[in-house]
Design a protein around this ligand. Structure first.
Ligand code: PLP
Length: 372
């Protein structure tokens, strides 16, 4: 065997994530590895928690990155809060709502699903009807930014409904954090998870999570042990610092956490408001350019995610051949449709470092050429 080192080309990533990783973050990843209980590393972990509280806009003590991708953050929320026999109302308007249902049933609980068309936001009035009809619901779960369709739901209204009907809320903020307003404390969201590889422009593989005091009380009062050893927050807390303790739980992905820390420092330096505005402005420029090419959007304007643009593939244009043309000739990646939208749409990401004018100009030029 004579396999040599892997040297990927430098692609421009304008799909549904991962997004382009900022050079500052790539540089941070290569810094010297410390022991995961080294006092200097522990200091950096504390800073990461502080920076994550800013990104989530929360003062929740239980705020930290799970050492695994967004799906693990999702699972951490479900396995810690849901017990066998519980009832969870899940809003489904795309792929990730369906994944939530899987999580609920695997916890031995009952999922009550409320479906919405793919490409539309979750409709709070329909959710309220379902909550009225199911007064024993313990948790309301929904996806804030549905990456499979590009629809943004009204998380504030949905979290308020959860409170009104005495339920906890679980919010998927994988694609929303850093790209659109996410105000955990103001909205009184209870368990929220995100991902490192979207609007934070970090490498994939880490999942920031935050739990409100009400959620922590539910976790501490569980009747059954959390079925996942790795994701049991009671145990993870021992490493991430409840009461100043730092006990070994798992070997933290030290260098990956340097990357996350750097991405959060960059978000702090830019300022959340500015980051949200940049995503909105770049979306405006992309939308104007796509519409000039005769390409139309799946999601109506007021429900669109600036950072994930789902557009219909024009009549007569070959989906796979066009995406392959962009990759081969421009080192440019856009996303295919998922689930119900496979073969019908492209998903164009403008997440984090990818949300800049030079990417948009490149995409519009390449796409016009590919469709010619
Ligand atoms: N939730 C949403 C809305 C997502 O977009 C994704 C990933 O694309 C996930 C959850 C799962 O995250 P990961 O792929 O990092 O496990």
């Amino acid at each position: 065997m004579a396999i040599s080192s892997f040297h990927p080309p430098r692609r421009t990533l304008m799909g549904p994530g991962p997004s382009d990783v900022h050079p500052r973050i790539l540089e941070a990843l290569g810094r010297p590895t410390l022991g995961h209980l080294d006092p200097l590393f522990i200091g950096m972990m504390d800073e990461t928690k502080t920076l994550l509280k800013y990104a989530f806009q929360t003062s929740n003590e239980l705020t930290l990155p799970i050492s695994a991708p967004g799906s693990a953050g999702m699972e951490a929320c479900f396995v810690n809060l849901v017990e066998p026999g519980d009832k969870v109302l899940v809003c489904v308007n795309g792929v990730f709502g369906n994944r939530m249902i899987e999580n609920v049933t695997r916890c031995g609980a009952t999922a009550v699903r409320v479906d919405f068309p793919w490409g539309a936001a979750v409709e709070p009035a329909a959710v309220e009807e379902a909550l009225k009809a199911n007064s024993d619901v313990k948790i309301l779960a929904f996806v804030h930014a549905e990456t499979s369709t590009g629809a943004l739901s009204d998380a504030q209204a949905l979290c308020a409904l959860a409170k009104k009907y005495n339920a906890l809320s679980i919010v998927d903020a994988v694609t929303s954090m850093g790209g659109v307003p996410l105000l955990v404390d103001k909205w009184q969201a209870d368990a929220v998870y995100s991902g490192s590889q979207k609007c934070l422009s970090c490498t994939p593989g880490l999942s920031p999570v935050t739990f409100s005091d009400a959620a922590v009380a539910v976790i501490k009062a569980r009747k059954h042990p959390v079925q996942s050893w790795f994701l049991d927050m009671n145990l993870i807390l021992g490493y991430w610092g409840e009461g100043g303790k730092r006990a070994y739980h798992h070997t933290a992905p030290v260098n990956a956490l340097y990357g996350l820390h750097e991405s959060l420092v960059m978000l702090q330096d830019e300022g959340l408001d500015n980051a949200w505005q940049r995503h909105a402005a770049m979306h405006g420029a992309l939308a104007a350019g796509l519409e000039a090419l005769g390409i139309s959007f799946v999601v109506k304007a007021e429900q669109r995610l600036p950072q994930l643009n789902s557009v219909y593939i024009p009549e007569g244009v070959d989906d796979a051949a066009t995406r392959q043309y962009l990759l081969a000739n421009y080192d440019l990646e856009i996303g295919a449709g998922l689930g119900d939208l496979a073969g019908k749409v492209w998903r164009i990401g403008l997440m984090g470092y990818s949300a800049r004018m030079e990417n948009i100009s490149l995409l519009l030029k390449a796409l016009a050429e590919a469709m010619n």
